[in-house]
Design a binder for this molecule. Structure first.
Ligand SMILES: Nc1ncnc2c1ncn2[C@@H]1O[C@H](COP(=O)(O)OP(=O)(O)OP(=O)(O)O)[C@@H](O)[C@H]1O
Ligand SMILES: [Mg+2]
Length: 263
């Protein structure tokens, strides 16, 4: 499952969607044809890439067992290349209450991805996948973690965000018996502002707490990164020479060269 990444932090607004979008764009730019999976009822990633109107076109239809994932995938332009999107819809908020929290629901995404996107013969290359989660540890986020067994955890470089990441680390440790293994993880500093002392203090503390699991790449605070979604674009398509584009390119290189993400 090394070709799948789940981007998760139960803290809101830390850069999960921004990272899913731009890491996906960095991969699409290299012709890697990633699959982006929007598991968040806020549907921010979907609204940037390919807005939909009916929940029947979204992952809600997959969870209600009316449509397979392959029927939901939409081809989207990304980073100058192409990707596929599995869209979200506000109805996804009902998944916990309608379909329960049992192993069947938790495993459904993993099985669906295996069935719809994995190579059927040994020679084919596994599709890279990025799963964007909501800011809550519920059925959907857990099913993302189950589906990928590896988590990329953005931390917007401020104290509360670091605290949230420390809480998540405890949660992941407490869940090891459920996953029957240590879930592979990388922490990523986002919105890093080198001019602020606080950013350096937080980077030092994150390094101390997370050690080798902290990405060396830091995503800088960047106007281009913040502005691109307003134009329904990733940062490479919006501002290819920007700092934000360089940072996400560097993140892709780091994740691939360290083997955390295998494509
Ligand atoms: N590197 C960056 N530079 C500037 N702004 C950024 C950067 N990364 C993210 N942002 C901004 O921070 C805000 C939150 O980002 P984003 O929506 O990606 O977070 P999130 O973790 O997905 O939020 P949620 O928990 O609601 O899903 C957005 O306005 C986004 O544009
Ligand atoms: Mg988000």
């Amino acid at each position: 499952m090394r070709s799948r990444l789940t981007v998760f932090n139960q803290k809101g607004g830390v850069g999960k969607t921004t990272t899913s979008l731009n890491l996906g764009a960095a991969a699409a730019r290299r012709g890697l044809m990633p699959v982006l999976i929007d598991l968040d009822a806020q549907a921010h990633l979907t609204s940037i890439l390919a807005p939909i109107s009916s929940s029947n076109d979204s992952l809600f239809a997959f969870y209600s067992e009316t449509r397979p994932l392959s029927a939901l995938a939409r081809s989207v332009a990304l980073g100058g290349g192409t990707a596929e999107l599995l869209p979200a819809h506000a109805e996804l908020i009902k998944v916990d209450t309608l379909f329960g929290k049992g192993p069947g629901v938790l495993n459904r995404l993993k099985l669906g991805l295996d069935r719809s996107f994995e190579p059927t013969n040994g020679s084919a290359i596994a599709r890279p996948m990025i799963i964007d989660c909501c800011p809550m540890l519920g059925v959907l986020s857990l099913s993302g973690v189950f589906a990928s067994e590896r988590v990329l955890i953005p931390i917007s470089t401020d104290f509360l965000s670091l605290r949230g990441a420390v809480q998540l680390e405890s949660t992941l440790q407490a869940m090891e018996h459920v996953f029957k293994q240590r879930v592979a993880r990388r922490y990523l500093l986002t919105r890093f502002d080198a001019r602020r002392r606080m950013s350096h203090d937080i980077a030092a503390e994150a390094q101390q707490r997370f050690g080798d699991e902290l990405c060396l790449t830091r995503i800088a605070e960047s106007v281009s990164v913040a502005q691109s979604p307003a134009r329904n674009l990733d940062v490479f398509s919006h501002a290819p020479d920007s700092r934000g584009a360089k940072d996400y390119e560097a993140l892709l290189d780091e994740l691939l060269s360290t083997g955390f993400w295998e494509i």
